[in-house]
Design a protein. Structure first.
Length: 642
């Protein structure tokens, strides 16, 4: 390994350490001396739900319980909870506000009004049935342990396949491609077919760069199916459970056998029957294992009652215990071998690829989806098990979530996906036909982020909700006296007047479409802001407008932050940009990738609401404003408009 690569790995280790400390400190600070007086702040930050009302408990196995709680009304606010989140279930003394008890758990499911949490104990914790129960997100060191080990592994690699892949990805070696039989599929467009051929010819590393709406997942599924014609088994990874489950479900729909590795609590209902645990328990040998364990328990109980002078009897029982243990181990190994032998795809998160069940297992090819949303050290975890690696993602959409400002600014924000494109551009192929957006909505992002290479599919190119509609509009508030405000608790920004204008703008446009048509055709509307405080404001204020009640009850209106809309689309997208100040500070909006995600959720209509005087000092928003001015409509709103 050359010295340049060594320095880069050491830098990665240092940045990961900064992030680990920041992450740990954040949650430790949140939970230290935690009391009811601090719940309001934690709830505003989306990391605490309180109070929860106990509904029921189910015993899953010897030391695992699932408890269902009814959620508080304020859970409609933006939050960070999701299936798989690690939490602390706490019991507060309602009278003095102190924490009496707490235990660790994992969120299984979040329904409209309930949350299901698994926790581990020898018996049900009865205090969960009392008043004053809440859940709080908390830090888990396991993820960092896996990433640290992965960096150590690539640092030590020498003269093996991992060392070769490392050197290719760090740009000191070229990736190899071999000609293969041309792949053709009439259901894929030319750029998708090119991407599949690119993957099939890759000997080391290949990347599929999939801009919004270009069918990245479809392309990846086809590439996996083709790969499995020549390889017995591959692994599919992504950083989060949702992305893994999406691709696993699509493969199963095509008849591919999948085993899902990971905590069953973090898997969708559709995949529960293909989790390793479920397949293990369904195997005929499983009842024999249970019999062995019951017999071992019985023998151990009898062993403790034998007098110490009966040495021969003790030795005899010890030998019997060993025999049953060996037989149980043999049966477990047999079941594991059967499951892996009969599974074409092993699906896991990047961190899950390091689970004990996969220790020593390697794969001819590993596909890593949504690679541009993952920290580089996380990507290296599955790569240590690979002979060949295929990445898919888009580094012009949502970046990884990083808590440490210093780590982010020093380079941790840059993903392995984008580094490979910079170091070895021949490894990447771009999907260019998009199937989601009207051409006018697409073109600004295409020019700014994708060198103008995107082309709208004919079926969506000119599709609007009404004849002669203008697909992109900017409602400019620069002539108003709207002012942004900062939350009392937390750091998020909101803009009261802009929230009111959002509903007025939507009302006017929806009236043009007609309430009956919106309901009959199920026209979907997404209300987006980069700031969680503004989204929470929308959720509270929309209840004041009876006009929107029917649309809300039919689930036609969604209100989320940009991150919450990743991977989704709506007929109408309305974006509140919030920032409005004399100093032209735009803060969070300077992450253009998030704005790209927000704008490209729209299929037929994009509404932007913001103060051009504040925003146009920034080159991106200046270019966007000029684009709308030329290709869409600028509406200058002032108080007189009301």
């Amino acid at each position: 390994m050359n010295s340049g690569i060594k320095r880069k790995i050491e830098k990665l280790k240092r940045l990961l350490s900064l992030e680990k400390v920041e992450d740990d400190t954040f949650f430790a600070k949140q939970f230290r001396d935690f009391s009811l007086s601090k719940i309001g702040k934690a709830a505003k930050e989306g990391i605490c739900w309180y109070p929860l009302a106990f509904e029921k408990t189910i015993k899953v196995d010897e030391d695992t319980f699932k408890v269902t709680f009814r959620l508080p009304h304020n859970m409609e606010e933006e939050h960070s909870f999701q299936p798989g989140s690690s939490v602390k279930i706490f019991h507060a003394n309602v009278l003095n506000g102190s924490i009496i008890d707490f235990t660790e758990g994992i969120i299984d499911l979040i329904h409209i009004n309930t949350v299901v949490v698994s926790y581990f104990a020898k018996k049900h914790l009865n205090w969960m049935e009392e008043e004053g129960i809440g859940i709080h997100l908390f830090f888990s060191k396991y993820t960092y342990t896996v990433m640290e080990k992965a960096l150590d592994d690539i640092s030590r690699a020498d003269g093996n396949r991992l060392a070769q892949l490392r050197d290719i990805m760090f740009g000191t070696q070229q990736a190899n491609f071999m000609p293969c039989n041309p792949y053709h599929n009439e259901w894929l467009n030319p750029s998708q077919q090119k991407a599949v051929n690119h993957i099939l010819s890759s000997q080391d590393v290949a990347l599929v760069h999939g801009p919004p709406g270009t069918g990245k997942t479809t392309t990846l599924v086809e590439a996996i199916i083709e790969t499995l014609k020549t390889e017995h088994q591959i692994m599919v990874c992504a950083f989060n459970n949702i992305a893994v489950d999406v691709i696993a479900e699509k493969l199963m729909e095509r008849g591919i056998s999948v085993v899902r590795i990971g905590n069953p609590a973090k898997v969708t209902d559709e995949l529960l029957n293909v989790t390793y645990e479920a397949m293990f328990c369904e195997h005929p040998y499983y009842t024999d294992i249970l019999s062995c364990k019951a017999k071992i328990k019985e023998l151990k109980s009898g062993y403790s009652k034998i007098p110490s002078r009966s040495k021969r009897k003790k030795i005899e029982i010890k030998n019997q215990i060993l025999e049953y243990q060996h037989y149980a181990s043999f049966l477990e190994f047999s079941i594991k071998s059967f499951i892996f032998k009969n599974s074409q795809v092993v699906a896991a998160t990047m961190i899950g690829s390091s689970f004990q069940i996969l220790k020593g297992v390697t794969f001819s090819t590993i596909f890593i989806d949504e690679a541009a949303q993952a920290l580089e050290p996380a990507c290296w975890a599955p790569i240590t098990k690979a002979n060949r690696v295929i990445f898919a993602g888009d580094h012009h959409q949502l970046p990884p979530t990083i808590k440490s400002y210093e780590a982010a600014q020093s380079g941790l924000m840059h993903t392995l996906f984008e580094k490979i494109i910079e170091r070895n551009p021949e490894c990447a192929t771009l999907l260019t036909t998009q199937y989601r957006m009207h051409e006018t909505i697409m073109n600004f992002s295409s020019r700014w982020f994708y060198a103008g290479r995107l082309v709208a599919f004919p079926g969506v190119r000119y599709k609007t909700l009404v004849d002669n509609d203008i697909p992109v509009e900017w409602v400019d508030t620069s002539k108003c006296k709207f002012r942004e405000n900062r939350q009392t608790h937390g750091t998020s920004i909101y803009n009261d007047e802009e929230a009111e204008l959002m509903f007025l703008t939507l009302f006017n446009y929806m009236e043009k479409l007609g309430e009956r048509r919106i309901l009959e055709e199920r026209v979907t509307i997404g209300i987006i802001s980069p700031y969680s405080a503004q989204v929470n404001l929308f959720r509270n204020r929309i209840k004041e407008y009876r006009y929107f009640d029917d649309f809300l009850s039919h689930k036609l209106i969604s209100m989320k932050t940009i991150d919450g809309f990743q991977g989704q689309e709506r007929d109408i997208i309305a974006i509140s940009l919030v920032r409005s100040n004399r100093e032209a500070r735009i803060g969070f909006l300077s992450d253009y990738r998030r704005i790209n995600v927000a704008m490209t959720r729209a299929r037929k209509k994009l509404l932007l609401i913001g103060n051009s005087s504040t925003l146009r000092e920034d080159p991106f928003f200046e270019a966007l404003f000029q684009y709308v001015q030329k290709n869409g409509l600028i509406t200058e709103f002032s108080i007189e408009n009301e």
